[in-house]
Design a protein. Sequence first.
Length: 437
Amino acid sequence: MMKVSYLTGFGNEHSSEAVVGALPLGCFSPQKPPLGLYAEKFSSTAFTAPRAKNRRSWFYRMLPSVVRSEMQRLANQYPNWRTAGIGSDEELAEYDPRAMRWDPIPPAQKQIDFLSSIRTVAIAGDTRTQIGTAVSLYQFSKNNERLYFVNADAEMLFIPHQGDLIIKTECGVLELAPLEIAVIPRGMVFSVNCKGGSVAAGYLCENYGAPLDLPERGPIGSDGFANDRDFLYPQAWYEEGIGDCKLIRKIAGLFFETALQDSPLDVVAWVGNSAPYKYNLQLFNTINTVSYDHPDPSIFTVLTSQSDTPGVANIDFVIFPPRWMVAENTFRPPWFHRNCMSEWMGLIHGVYDAKPDGFIPGGMSLHNTMTPHGPDVQAHTHGSESELKPVHLLGTMAFMVETRYTLFPTLFALDTSARQKEYHQCWQGFSKKFKKP
């Protein structure tokens, strides 16, 4: 059994070597790297990005990536995986502005691997201009230890709700369980398989914009939210002697295949701050009111991809974790609202307090820009009439991917039997109670 260990600290200048002496000292690109390795730079931002935002790592590998550059175009290999801005006219034509909700998508009728299981449900922006996002689902039970993948279109955020994953990357190995998330940088080679042969299911967010970062804390001060030290990065690890395998590349929404004679995960050592990482959502330091009013959900932001407009995100990743609710003279559930941001929600565990019925783990909802939404009748009644004593909300973990762009549901999402076409009925029980004084 592989023993997995981690480096700690979000965005740190990490360094790791799987073989002692593999890392050069004093420079990144020596004339002759140690142990006969090749030095290769991996940049997730422009070379001239500000120092605080610059992300790059140096790999010391058995062969440079360029030897694996030969590839063949794959046609219709992954038809359910959609990319914003690429062949999306059918989605635009079928746009439905109503609030939407889905039950968990039924699994495939045959065993499929991770890549084959991905089904995109909504897209926004355009990968070619590096703005927006795509949100998808995965559910698979078939492992393919000789299949590797690189996504040149987007950074990838994994949000599992069932089954454990083993994610092998050029920087090392991440083990991922429900209530944890993982982020794979754009352009990183990796593979995904189930741990222990289980069924694995979850949500997947592709970020076309700036790399995900920790949100500013503002007046909250120096601590709180997701703390830097709780983010885990892999230790250097490499594969060798795998034999024939395949590398699938995604770029501009197209898929290409390269046949390989050995694993592309041949990095023996690395140093830098652009690398895969994971985070345990249960470690989030939840901030909440101790006086009155339900606060904006921005106080639950774990990660953010900033846009060119300060304070308006390309995407925010927000969670709704267990917490104490003590607000005085306050309607405590999320309020009714319309929002300039689009909100895609999922449930990892338990019950979401604003929608106690009809929203279950593996399900999802979409409330697009300026679409009215809020608590259903049951949640509103409970929030309006319950005794306002301190309540410890437990057994829950919901999340939201919020974006400044309109999310367009795919034809798959619109047509699936899992779509709750009567979702709007959860608000139809409200009646007028206005009384003139």
